[in-house]
Design a protein around this ligand. Structure first.
Ligand code: EPZ
Length: 422
């Protein structure tokens, strides 16, 4: 798997339509949630991604049945019998930690065993907020050599929980643990990301009572049981931003169908400042790029509805083609400029000072052999490679496969020249 590469010939103007897939970060949470449901759940619009596959492997390892048919995944957790997850499966991705809240809700006093999760190398990624919040709900979590042994000896009980930072994963874990808890949970300073809204809508369709999602204050009234349902995963806003980047650097014009425009409010103005024309309808975005992008001086990543950290590497690649100096401040992760050194190999002029990136006008962009450092860093190399003179060869593309469905097919259908070699 690690030997695969993407060979990209740049300078083709992209033109046409791309269908946006279901959101990776939503489907992973929804799949974890199936652990606490009775009966069958069918999720539609599930992208074919290695992270989705790994999450299904976790479900199967627990004894759930998990079947994919096209873009639908049907899960039934009625026969779940294991309450521990192997280290190797936990290490595949960060979202494996959501099984902590889900297993606690399912098994209550029976001990569950998980490990610290894997995921993109974006600096230190602790889970202290998850653990302290779940403890407030009555969980007892002990650590033994990287293994986390979790149980709720007296069951889970609703509590008032205020997060010190609006962590996406911690918010999801608390929601999963509290929907079946006794009484009411009031969550403040929680994350507002659209994937959280998707999780709450899904759980409410299954019978949960969650109010206020999409805001920093969520109220959850515990219910006795939840029942599986059919649910369509929301569109992937980061995939949408990525293809906006691809259009922007090639002077192209793309229509992104099935996009969720309402989740793009912080991203659209950045592309507009670059000089792109954007026509947004409710479920599609048209982006038409100029011949030369303009720099943007003040991008700061923030929790939603601010500018998403996941789109930062992509926008950095686009700004590397601009005719002036841009500045990006990364406030969410301590080490999320892993793409910069590789973008520089393609001729980008990028200087990093702690959490600030200064991107200046390049003296010329040319294809190069580059390595994907993490998922979105990999996507940023794709974006810049599309703008480069000549051929780029991207290695370690398994990172990209974690989050982009049919990337080369989608790009080639609109005029790109992207080939996967084995
Ligand atoms: C989710 O990660 C996403 N992953 C990430 O997407 C995304 O970058 C991130 O949210 C921020 O939007 C999934 O949904 C699977 P956080 P998560 O907890 O939940 C600190 C992608 O490319 N923190 O909101 O791990 C943490 O270290 C990925 O698709 C604590 O200090 O993000 C970080 O600095 C990468 N203690 C910040 O909060 C904790 O207990 C944000 O993390 C938890 C988090």
């Amino acid at each position: 798997m690690n030997m695969q590469q993407l060979v990209i010939n740049g300078k083709n103007k992209l033109q046409g339509e791309i269908e946006i897939s279901g959101a990776k970060n939503s489907v992973l949470a929804l799949l974890a949630a199936t652990v606490i449901l009775n009966g069958k759940t069918t999720l539609t619009g599930c992208p074919e991604l290695s992270d989705v596959y790994s999450t299904c492997q976790i479900l199967t390892s627990l004894g759930c049945s998990c079947k994919r048919k096209g873009n639908s995944i049907t899960v039934c957790s009625d026969d779940i019998h294991k309450s521990d997850i192997d280290h190797s499966l936990m290490m595949k991705m960060r979202s494996s930690i959501l099984f902590m809240g889900a297993l606690l809700a399912r098994f209550k006093s029976r001990p569950c065993e998980v490990f610290y999760p894997g995921g993109c190398p974006l600096g230190d990624r602790p889970i202290d907020i998850h653990i302290s919040a779940l403890s407030k709900l009555g969980a007892v979590i002990t650590e033994n050599g990287g293994k986390l042994i979790c149980k709720a000896p007296n069951g889970l009980k609703g509590a008032d929980i205020s997060l010190m930072f609006p962590s996406v994963g911690a918010t999801e874990n608390i929601i999963l643990a509290s929907v079946l808890a006794k009484g009411e949970t009031n969550l403040s300073n929680c994350a507002c990301e659209p994937e959280i809204t998707d999780l709450c809508r899904f759980l409410n369709k299954c019978g949960a009572k969650i109010y206020g999602y999409g805001t920093p204050n969520i109220r959850i009234v515990g219910v006795e049981k939840l029942y599986g349902c059919e649910y369509k995963v929301c569109p992937d806003r980061i995939e949408t931003a990525t293809y906006m980047g691809c259009a922007a650097v090639t002077g192209g014009e793309l229509i992104l169908n099935s996009a969720d425009t309402s989740s793009m409010t912080a991203v659209v103005p950045v592309f507009e400042q670059m000089g792109c024309k954007i026509y947004a309808r409710e479920h599609s975005i048209l982006i038409a790029a100029p011949g030369q992008l303009k720099p943007v001086k003040n991008i700061r990543t923030m929790p939603y509805p601010g500018f998403p950290t996941d789109a930062q590497p992509i926008v950095m690649a686009a700004l590397a083609t601009a005719g002036g100096t841009s500045v990006i401040v990364e406030t969410i992760f301590p080490n999320r400029f892993g793409q910069a050194a590789e973008l520089v190999k393609m001729g980008a002029d990028i200087r990093i000072e702690n959490d600030v990136a200064i991107i200046s006008k390049s003296g010329g962009l040319y294809g190069a052999s580059v390595k994907c450092h993490d998922l979105r860093a990999g996507a940023s190399l794709v974006v810049l490679a599309l703008a480069c003179e000549g051929k780029s060869i991207l290695s370690d593309i398994y990172h990209i496969d974690r989050g982009y469905e049919c990337l080369e097919q989608k790009l080639n259908a609109v005029g790109g020249d992207v080939v996967r070699t084995y």
